[in-house]
Ligand binder design. Structure first.
Ligand code: SF4
Length: 152
């Protein structure tokens, strides 16, 4: 794996190599949560229910390398998917860069500290329940953007 280029996160997404693409993630864990789509309106509601592979304490995947074997429908984000899906949070590093926005100052690549994602209220660490314990998703609707300063 080659070295990451200096300030690679300022380059257009399509210019990133595989390692840089992976390193762009802020580790918030929001894309590892279940969402509910309203069949009639197509509206998407967030829940605080995580994929069974997510470590709910750290918001990290417990087996990122082999996750497809355990969770076949886990989506590997690509540029096209980032542009197409409506459910990535507006704080997501890929979403921001796809929209030509800079990373937020709490992003670990900018702050140099993975903890700043938590301090900004963006990380799901310690705020979610695993799908193996949760029961019906309808009982776990949340508004992740309320009360976080992640959008700043
Ligand atoms: S929502 Fe975006 S930044 Fe957050 S964990 Fe998922 S891919 Fe990474």
């Amino acid at each position: 794996m080659g070295a990451l280029r200096e300030k690679f996160w300022e380059l257009p997404l399509e210019q990133l190599d595989r390692a840089e693409w992976e390193a762009l993630c802020d580790g918030c864990g929001r894309c590892c949560l279940h969402k509910i789509e309203d069949e009639d309106t197509g509206e998407i509601e967030d829940t605080n229910v995580s994929c069974k592979l997510l470590d709910t304490g750290t918001a990290q995947c417990r087996d990122y390398r082999n996750r497809k074997a355990f969770v076949p429908d886990c989506l590997r984000l690509t540029l096209k998917i980032v542009q197409d899906v409506p459910w990535l949070p507006k704080t997501c590093a890929y979403r921001l860069r796809a929209d030509g926005q800079p990373l937020k100052d709490w992003h670990p690549l900018i702050s140099g500290d993975p903890e700043t994602v938590k301090h900004a209220g963006v990380s799901v660490a310690g705020r979610v329940i695993s799908e193996t314990d949760a029961g019906p998703l309808e009982h776990h609707l949340v508004d992740w953007d309320a009360g976080s300063d992640g959008a700043k």
